[in-house]
Design a protein around this ligand. Sequence first.
Ligand SMILES: O=c1[nH]cnc2c1ncn2[C@H]1C[C@H](O)[C@@H](CO)O1
Ligand SMILES: [Zn+2]
Length: 359
Amino acid sequence: MITPEQLSAAPKVLLHDHLDGGLRPETVLELANEIGHVLPRSDAGELGEWFVESADSGSLERYLETFDHTVAVMQNAEAIKRVSSECVQDLAADGVVYAEVRYAPEQHLNGGLSLEGVVDAVREGFEHGMATAERPIVARQLLTAMRHKARSMEIAQLAVAYRDAGVVGFDIAGAEAGYPPTRHLDAFEYLQRENAHFTIHAGEAFGLPSIWQAIQWCGADRLGHGVRIIDDINYDPDTGKADLGLLAAYVRDRRIPLEMCPSSNLQTGAAESIADHPIGLLAKLRFRVTVNTDNRLMSGTSMSRELTLLAEAFDYGLADFRWFAINAMKSAFLPFDERLAIIDQVIKPWYAEALAEAK
Ligand SMILES: O=c1[nH]cnc2c1ncn2[C@H]1C[C@H](O)[C@@H](CO)O1
Ligand SMILES: [Zn+2]
């Protein structure tokens, strides 16, 4: 069994992490005090617990209500820079070597910032975080549009405008039921014409139709969660035989990356337990599975913790963690040569040494 120290040292790749879902509880408290925002708890430890307990609701809609507080304290450039810098430092301290962190610029305009002002503040924060982190890390932005709102085209244009300035892609998030991805088809078609990359939260709180739309109508490069693809697979544990429906086969054949977030899925009711989480079967069937945190504050988690939970449930070891890290790096929206450099110069050498030592 891999030790916690080894797991923390192992190079990890994170593709699905929300900036407004990963604040330190102390930072939420301090920023709230500065602007007079009232929080449900006044002690950092208790506030951290409050976020996890409140997000533990069994419904995506109620889970999302906890973001009211984090978004409220991220309405000026200084606060956004601080949160962004701390995010990168925390990920690096956990051994993450490459991260794509997402947030919705349209949710940070209440203090008078423009959309560009928000992206610039995150960029400055990320650059500060990368320069001061205790271990080397590359961090990039994904710009999210909220699926129940109507600003996706504007946010897609923003992502394209900032493509050489730290933004590597686009996403839609928010409540899934009732807000299909095709509502934002114009934004996705625009991004395709611009040769830009995007992922879509799909197959989390809603099933196969959402995944099908995200891929076959919208052209998503990756799926945020995508856990419900399991509904298109007939698996017999006695014989080990799996029958894949046409959509599941397409996702696997085309190597469409699944950004899986185990703890988050337990909280929103998308999975019953880690042992029952579809990631076990999907990894066994060699889908392009990646492991992610989603919201570190709301799930009280980290990349190391997610991997530890999976190791306990599925008996994963170093070779599996290597596979997850390489899968994720191959699926990143970073240019190919930069992805390859991290795989060849950071991930493979570390695992080669660790696996040799483990023999
Ligand atoms: O897991 C999620 N599913 C759908 N939407 C989510 C999830 N986690 C966070 N969000 C929303 C809430 C945030 O305010 C927004 C942008 O990061 O994205
Ligand atoms: Zn998410």
